[in-house]
Ligand binder design. Structure first.
Ligand SMILES: Nc1ncnc2c1ncn2[C@@H]1O[C@H](COP(=O)(O)OP(=O)(O)O)[C@@H](O)[C@H]1O
Ligand SMILES: [Mg+2]
Length: 234
């Protein structure tokens, strides 16, 4: 479904992503792991068209996304939940969700709004509340809900666990699995490798802009380097 080939992304002189290749097949949850500054966010932003690569290719269903503006990439079926959520603080929950449907031209938004409220009953309870007054966990639910309003086939999630209490993180990850079972493919960026490897089918490990390891999540969990560097073992 998604194929990234030899992707190179720089910020001026700083090379953040140094020629990585990865792929995501329809139906998968693929994790992109790595510590702070590894290039995870840069990779996701490039896939969703917010950053232009220096070189390399991004194919979605075989079609190049090169030069395509973000709203067209959304329309192709890729929705991005950014790091730090970035909900519209002054808008209500309901209005935030409506914003998520802005790029679509079909008539399915009402059904997807129902779907989001079923996945996140909390958002239904808070639908008239301004997003800026929600808790961090609720804002994360809203950011995911807003992305689902674009009816994506591929969901890009950037550090959904960041700053949340463990019980909320569990909830969010369970919901991500549910969303995946409902047919949405997921590319999940996480610093929390233990958690990501629990839900992912496969994973890539990124270090300073380079993929150093990849494979089935079940194998990576057992991999000595992963255990040492990312799972807090000596
Ligand atoms: N806007 C920016 N300008 C300059 N350098 C940046 C910018 N954003 C990120 N970087 C640098 O690019 C590298 C990768 O960052 P990022 O993709 O945010 O990593 P991660 O999401 O894995 O923490 C880091 O060295 C970071 O300092
Ligand atoms: Mg990041």
């Amino acid at each position: 479904m998604l194929e990234v080939r030899d992707l190179l992304v720089s910020y001026g002189e700083i090379r953040a992503v140094k020629g990585i290749s990865l792929n995501v097949a329809a139906g998968e949850i693929v994790a992109l792991l790595g510590s702070n500054g590894a290039g995870k966010t840069t990779t996701l932003k490039t896939v969703s068209g917010l950053l232009a690569p220096r070189s390399g290719e991004i194919l979605f269903d075989g079609e190049s996304l090169r030069g395509m503006p973000p709203h067209l990439i959304v329309r192709k079926g890729i929705a991005h939940v950014p790091e730090g959520r970035h909900v519209f603080n002054r808008l209500t929950v309901w209005e935030n969700l409506e914003m998520g449907a802005y790029a679509r031209s079909d008539a399915g938004a009402a059904a997807d709004l129902d779907r989001v409220f079923v996945l996140f009953p909390r958002l239904w309870e808070r639908r008239r509340q301004r997003a800026g007054t929600l808790s961090g966990g609720e804002q994360q639910m809203l950011a995911i809900g807003r992305a689902l309003m674009a009816n994506p086939r591929l969901l890009l999630l950037d550090e959904p666990s960041m700053g949340l209490a463990p019980v909320l993180v569990e909830q969010i990850f369970e919901t991500v699995q549910r969303i995946n079972r409902q047919g949405t493919t997921v590319l999940l960026v996480e610093q929390n490798a233990a958690l990501a490897l629990e839900v992912a089918t496969r994973a890539y490990v990124l270090e300073t802009g380079t993929i150093v390891l990849s494979g089935a999540a079940a194998d990576l969990v057992r991999h000595e380097d992963v255990r040492r560097a990312y799972l807090g073992e000596i």
